[in-house]
Structures are given as C-alpha cells and as structure tokens.
Design a binder for this molecule. Structure first.
Ligand SMILES: Nc1ncnc2c1ncn2[C@@H]1O[C@H](COP(=O)(O)OP(=O)(O)OP(=O)(O)O)[C@@H](O)[C@H]1O
Ligand SMILES: [Mg+2]
Length: 234
C-alpha cells in the first residue's frame, strides 16, 4: 500500500529522516514509534507533502507522493491528522466535519457523514454544538472524523493519545481497530505511547534520530524487552 524507500528529509543542517525504508500493508495498522525528535512527525509531513524530501521515494499504491502537491493528496486517498487537534471552535461539530468533505456536493457528503456519526455517537449527539465546548477526547474524535469525510484509503495520525485519559485513548484506539477491520482502512499511527499503540497495531516501525531501528510485527516488538527499554519507554 505505502512504500517508503531511502526517504531523507532535512531542515537545513538537521537530517530529520535518514534513508528510511519500510512499507505499510493495506488494511493494517502500522505504529511509528520512537523518542522525541526521532523523526515521526517529519515522516508524516513528508508523506503528505508539507515538507519535501531531499532524497528517496514514497509511493501510495504506485502513486508518487513526493511529486504530488499537498492539495492533491486527498484525491490519492491520503488523509493526515496532525498533532494538536485543530478544529474551528466557532463552528459546529457538523460544520467542522463537512470541512473534511469540502469539494464534494452535500449529497455525496451524506454517506461519510452518517458513517462518522455511527462510529462516534458522541459527535452525533453534539452535532449542533460549537466545537469550542468539546473535551480533548471529543476533539480528537472530531479531527479523525473530519479526515474520514474524505473517505481516505490511508490515514496518517500524529500522537492522537497525547494528553488524553487512558479510558479515552482506549476508546479511540478500539475505534481505529474496528475501522481497519470493517472498512479496510490502512493506518500509520505515530505514538509516544508505544505500549498502547503496539496493543492495537499489526506492525511497528521504530525510529531513532531519523533512522530505522527495527520494523516487525507489533507483538514481536512488544515482547522485546531490550528494545522496549532502549527505545519505547516501557
Ligand atoms: N521545522 C523544523 N525546523 C528545524 N528542525 C526541525 C523542524 N521540525 C523538526 N525539526 C527537527 O527534526 C528532528 C525530528 O523532529 P520530529 O518533529 O520529526 O520528531 P518527532 O519524532 O515527531 O518528535 P516528538 O516525539 O517530539 O513529536 C528533530 O531533531 C527536530 O528538532
Ligand atoms: Mg512529533
């Protein structure tokens, strides 16, 4: 589904991604793990065209992401949920969701909107509330829902669990798992919370200083005590 080869991204003299090679299979969750500054956010920003690599390639089902303008990523089936849960607080929940389906007619937004409301009943209950009143967990659901409005094939998520209570993280992760299983979505999940991420992921990629440390099945990584202590913090 996603093939990354020798991907290298620099900010001036800082090489944030250093010849990173891995692939993420369709209909699976691949967790991207590593300490602060490992290059996780840079990987997502490079895949969605917000920064351009200095070397290497990234392909989504054979389509070249490195040469695709950011605004055309959604047409290729890629959706990026950046860290920080940015929503437009003055707009309602439903209006925020509809922003994710921008460019589609109201009629063709109907099915994805229904799907999002089924996945997140709490958003359905609050569809006419302004986003300002949402809790952190609800905002995280809203930004994921907004990304799903474009009916992506692959969802890139940056630190969705940051600052949320374990129970809420559990809800969001369970939902990701069911999306992958029922809708065949492919997910690249960037997380500092490696233990939780590995518990729902199929595969994991561990980065350190922009380089690949290991890429394996999630269960294998979670069972590797040395790796956990050295890179995953649990
Ligand atoms: N806009 C930028 N300009 C210069 N250097 C940057 C920029 N963004 C990131 N970096 C550097 O690139 C490296 C990788 O950063 P990145 O944000 O990708 O790491 P990360 O794994 O997402 O870290 P965190 O867990 O803290 O979010 C770090 O050394 C960081 O200081
Ligand atoms: Mg980051």
């Amino acid at each position: 589904m996603l093939d990354v080869r020798e991907l290298t991204t620099s900010y001036g003299a800082v090489t944030a991604l250093d010849r990173l090679t891995f692939s993420a299979p369709r209909g699976k969750i691949t967790a991207v793990l590593g300490a602060n500054g490992a290059g996780k956010t840079t990987l997502l920003r490079t895949l969605s065209g917000l920064v351009r690599p200095t070397h290497g390639s990234a392909e989504l089902e054979g389509a070249d992401l490195v040469r695709t303008p950011t605004e055309a990523m959604s047409g290729l089936g890629l959706a990026h949920v950046p860290e920080g849960r940015g929503v437009i607080t003055e707009l309602t929940v439903e209006e925020n969701l509809r922003l994710g389906g921008l460019g589609r007619s109201a009629r063709s937004q109907a099915a994805p909107l229904d799907r999002v409301f089924t996945l997140f009943p709490v958003l359905s209950d609050r569809r006419n509330a302004i986003a300002h009143v949402l809790s952190g967990g609800e905002r995280q659901m809203l930004v994921i829902g907004r990304a799903l409005m474009a009916t992506p094939k692959i969802l890139l998520l940056d630190e969705p669990s940051l600052g949320l209570a374990p129970r809420v993280v559990g809800q969001i992760f369970d939902l990701l798992r069911s999306l992958v299983e029922s809708d065949g979505l492919t997910v690249l999940l960037v997380e500092q919370n490696a233990r939780s991420a590995l518990s729902i992921a199929d595969f994991g990629v561990v980065l350190n200083l922009g380089r690949l440390v290991v890429h394996d099945e999630a269960a294998v990584l979670a069972a590797d005590e040395k790796l956990r202590h050295a890179y995953l913090g649990f």
